[in-house]
Design a protein. Structure first.
Length: 81
């Protein structure tokens, strides 16, 4: 049961960082970061026996990191407008 809840949390976290049509770099990079983080976290977590937890943590960290990078891109782009 714990694995199912953790897997649902991982998918929900990744989905929260995505949208149908990203409006800026922050949204696009957050979705990409969440997806890549979930994959990497799942692989790393699998090695320690907690793939779902690793995926959830990876998605959260990847999404946050992707958002931060995209937000900086948006700031630079808006500076030149």
């Amino acid at each position: 049961m714990k694995k199912i809840i953790t897997a649902i949390a991982a998918v929900s976290t990744a989905a929260a960082f995505t949208s149908c049509q990203p409006q800026n770099h922050a949204q696009a990079n957050a979705g990409t970061g969440a997806a890549l983080g979930a994959i990497a976290g799942g692989i790393i977590g699998h090695q320690s026996g907690n793939a779902a937890e690793g995926a959830a943590i990876g998605a959260a960290l990847g999404g946050a990191g992707g958002y931060a990078v995209g937000n900086e891109k948006d700031k630079q782009q808006n500076q030149y407008r």
